[in-house]
Ligand binder design. Sequence first.
Ligand code: DX5
Ligand code: ZN
Length: 216
Amino acid sequence: MISPSILSADFAKLGEEVRSIDEAGADWIHVDVMDGHFVPNITIGPGVVKALRPHSAKPFDVHLMISPIDNFLDAFAEAGADIITVHPEAGPHLHRTIQRIKVLGKKAGVSLNPATPAKALDYVLEEIDLVLVMSVNPGFGGQKFISSQLRKIEAIAKRIAKENLTVQVEVDGGIDPVTARQAVDAGATALVAGTAAFKGGPDNYASNIRALRGEG
Ligand code: DX5
Ligand code: ZN
């Protein structure tokens, strides 16, 4: 799965950007929500997600980098998120947060920062649909892929296989055609790409996505 992050799109015409990246072959649309508190940057809220919803029928893969987290789950679900991903550090009760996402009828994801061990998935892995491994420290697009995360991806993918679970392993940050290959070889099933998906403007989106798939 390729999930282009609209963080790298032109914010002055986000609706058009979502349509273009959808038509270019995106599987999901990755929406980075930042609050200036959990991460050192501010992006968009549920109002923008709602406004974008009519522009694509693809799943909205909403990555919440906000704390406290629980008060905003309903708003993002109502706005049209399909996958809601949260960080364990963003609230005191990760299990409860996951249950709430599921009660809202959405797929639940848990995101691990580079220094957060895979062990943070204990007791929740069997409850969730997606693990989002951060291969950069969250907050900004355009950062360099942190290679140590490949080991984490591998460990999580092995654990999912061993436990016979159906959980996507998504990787977020510094993904380009080279690191995409490395992440997939380590067991990733979904890739977020901001810079690499949106570079060069709409005429290049389809070839950017093909390159991430290793199709030249
Ligand atoms: C980082 C975000 C990422 C980011 C990826 O905090 O979660 O989704 O937009 O951007 P690139 O692909 O440019 O590293
Ligand atoms: Zn993200």
